[in-house]
Design a protein around this ligand. Structure first.
Ligand SMILES: *Cc1c(COP(=O)(O)O)cnc(C)c1O
Length: 399
């Protein structure tokens, strides 16, 4: 343990994160190494960011090449890498247009602005409300936080931005009842990530789409966590046989580089005109070069997406077996692709710690849900190793 650095971390950084006492210094593929040389198998993957694994050579080379050529230019000019990235996203999604920013929260902020502007352009002035879900997570900036359905994250930051109504996730009746003349959009995660890997029922999103169509309400999907191959499709909405009107992506988009995007259909994107929205760093050449390399890798031969589906099924099967062996400890296994949660009947903190001691990084959300979002390159024997370690930890806890 690197005591000096960790002491300085506490001294110089705002205390916003409850950090594990490990300083990570190097990463390759599924592995990371701490400053004291200990090796870890990374089942967090930067929270669904490092989709190709750490320091994927294609991403590193794209960054190196771009860094030598052009780091930043203003959006006052056309930017080649940004255009290439937009084309890739448009060609492989429902969208016709992209806007680039630097993070998930910033993408959500922009999506909320776009939905409101679209509504102003097409409907009476007081149609601005957005329905979102309880237990959702959309980011930490004020509008994104107001959209987020978790009071514990909002406490102390009031007054929140007006115009959000929260309904239980996966409850189509509650959503239908929440629609009023003021509703302009519905904003949902396809699978709730930070809320504890909460899955929708099979026909929930089809019904959400129907309600939106019936009332001419925009459907905004927040695919910041579920996107970029995480669930075994490039975007999770592809599982539901529907299309959103607006979508936010970030996390995995840059393969480890900070970038976010708002994607929209032409009819909606048209409401953003010259001067409607902007971002100094949004879509900068460096981040876009990394994102182009990342998407090209994800789409090449479908190799990574196939692997994600196959390893994801294997992973979930193994966790289900574990659940049968430890019914007093494990409540439920949930997930899709390599976005997997294991709900426990106890605090997950000690298990995260025990795993770290044994060289495996996982994290715990909502107090009792272990979350696994490894790089999409994870293989069976690495999953087997995690399962063995969990089995051993649960065994000791049962005694
Ligand atoms: C992580 C996340 C965000 C926020 O992204 P940041 O880059 O941390 O601002 C928003 N929505 C979802 C679904 C997320 O998982």
């Amino acid at each position: 343990m690197d005591k000096k650095l960790i002491d300085e971390s506490k001294k110089y950084l705002m205390n916003t994160y409850n950090r594990v006492p490990i300083v990570l210094r190097k990463g390759r593929g599924m592995k990371v190494w701490s400053s004291d040389g200990k090796e870890y198998l990374d089942f967090i993957g930067g929270i669904a960011v490092n989709c190709l694994g750490h320091c994927h050579p294609r991403v590193v080379i794209a960054l190196q090449k771009q860094a030598q050529r052009l780091l930043h230019v203003s959006n006052l000019f056309h930017i080649e890498q940004q255009i290439n990235l937009a084309r890739l996203l448009v060609e492989h999604s429902f969208a016709d247009k992209a806007f680039f920013c630097n993070s998930g929260a910033e993408a959500v902020e922009g999506a909320i602005k776009l939905a409101r502007k679209y509504s102003r352009d097409h409907f009476p002035d007081d149609r601005y409300e957005i329905i979102t879900a309880r237990g959702s997570f959309h980011g930490r900036t004020m509008a994104a936080l107001s959209a987020t359905g978790q009071e514990k994250l909002q406490a102390g930051f009031e007054p929140l931005l007006p115009g959000f109504r929260h309904v239980p996730f996966n409850d189509i009746g509650a959503l239908r009842d929440a629609v009023t003349k003021k509703t302009c959009a519905v904003l949902l995660e396809p699978i709730q990530g930070e809320g504890g890997i909460r899955m929708p029922s099979d026909d929930y999103f089809r019904q959400v789409r129907e309600i939106c169509d019936e009332h001419k309400i925009l459907l905004i999907l927040d695919e910041i966590q579920t996107g970029m191959g995480r669930t075994g499709r490039l975007f999770a909405y592809e599982h539901f046989d529907i299309k959103p009107d607006i979508m936010t992506v970030a996390k995995g988009l840059g393969g480890g580089t900070a970038i976010g995007a708002i994607l929209a259909k032409d009819s909606v994107a048209a409401s953003f005109k010259h001067g409607s929205h902007g971002s100094t760093f949004g879509g900068n050449p460096l981040a876009c070069a990394a994102a182009v390399a990342t998407i090209e890798m994800l789409l090449e031969d479908g190799f990574l997406l196939d692997g994600c589906r196959r390893e994801g099924r294997y992973f979930i099967d193994k966790l289900e077996k574990l659940r049968k062996d430890f019914p007093a400890i494990i409540i439920e296994v949930r997930g899709s692709g390599l976005m997997i949660g294991l709900e426990l009947a106890r605090d997950g903190g000690p298990i995260v710690e025990a795993c770290a001691k044994r060289g495996i990084l996982i994290n715990c959300i909502s107090g009792n849900v272990l979350r696994f979002t490894p790089p999409l390159i994870v293989v069976e024997k690495e999953i087997d190793h995690l399962i063995d370690v969990l089995e051993d930890i649960f065994d000791r806890q049962s005694q």
